[in-house]
Design a protein around this ligand. Structure first.
Ligand SMILES: CC(C)(COP(=O)(O)OP(=O)(O)OC[C@H]1O[C@@H](n2cnc3c(N)ncnc32)[C@H](O)[C@@H]1OP(=O)(O)O)[C@@H](O)C(=O)NCCC(=O)NCCS
Length: 187
């Protein structure tokens, strides 16, 4: 099955509190506001943004991926404030086996309100109903239990621990792999 231009099929996903939409260059300031926070980048594979130039480069990378039809981050916009408070998107899509991986990050002041659970549920709906994927994976540093809990709440199941899978921020890290199939229940 072909997923060339996966976000060509994409129109913004509206949830009660969020709008998931493509990034634009005007979002760089909002992205910088949370991506400069080392607590946000602690367990992810990207580095803490040192200046707004890093955030602009990140957005430009996403725009390029949209043009090429490649997987990329999308903006999580907080509907009430209109601010971009996080990102979520496909890390990769495997056309041959009809599966993909989702990754996400959220501004620290927004943690603990169920927002990423809301965002991930919407992305799973997009993945299964619109892209017709059969399987979606998500990975997290074993120390990042909150991320594992988000996955569980969305119906992903633990499949195992990938030992020393990534070299991140100066050390090899153990990574949990969770996944959900199209046929699995979605709470
Ligand atoms: C991980 C992250 C996405 C969670 O987003 P969030 O919107 O706060 O998540 P939610 O509020 O939807 O759910 C968090 C759950 O984790 C739980 N939790 C929070 N801290 C925890 C901890 N240290 N140990 C175990 N569970 C924890 C919360 O209690 C909640 O579960 P509950 O609803 O059963 O009470 C957010 O903290 C984040 O963006 N962190 C930085 C970037 C990152 O790590 N991204 C993920 C990379 S895999």
């Amino acid at each position: 099955m072909l997923h060339n231009g996966i976000y060509d099929l994409f129109s913004p996903l509206e949830t009660p509190r969020l709008r998931i939409r493509k990034l634009g260059i005007g979002d760089a300031e909002d992205i910088y506001a949370f991506s400069r926070d080392p607590e946000v980048s602690r367990y992810v594979l990207w580095d803490t943004h040192r200046s707004i130039a890093d955030s602009r480069a990140m957005v430009r990378g996403a725009l390029r991926s949209y043009r090429l039809g490649e997987p990329a981050s999308l903006a999580i916009e907080h509907r009430q404030s209109g601010k971009v408070i996080g990102t979520i998107g496909f890390v990769w899509i495997d056309d041959e086996h009809n599966c993909g991986e989702i990754g996400y990050s959220l501004a620290r002041e927004m943690w603990g309100q169920g927002l990423m659970t809301e965002a991930l549920r919407a992305m799973l709906e997009f993945a299964f109903a619109r892209l017709h994927l059969n399987r979606v994976e998500a990975l997290f540093d074993v120390r990042n239990r909150a991320s594992g809990r988000v996955m569980e709440k969305c119906g992903l199941r633990r499949e195992g621990c990938l030992r020393r899978r990534y070299y991140n921020k100066g050390e090899y890290i153990d990574v949990e792999i969770y996944a959900i199939l199209a046929a699995d229940p979605r709470p």
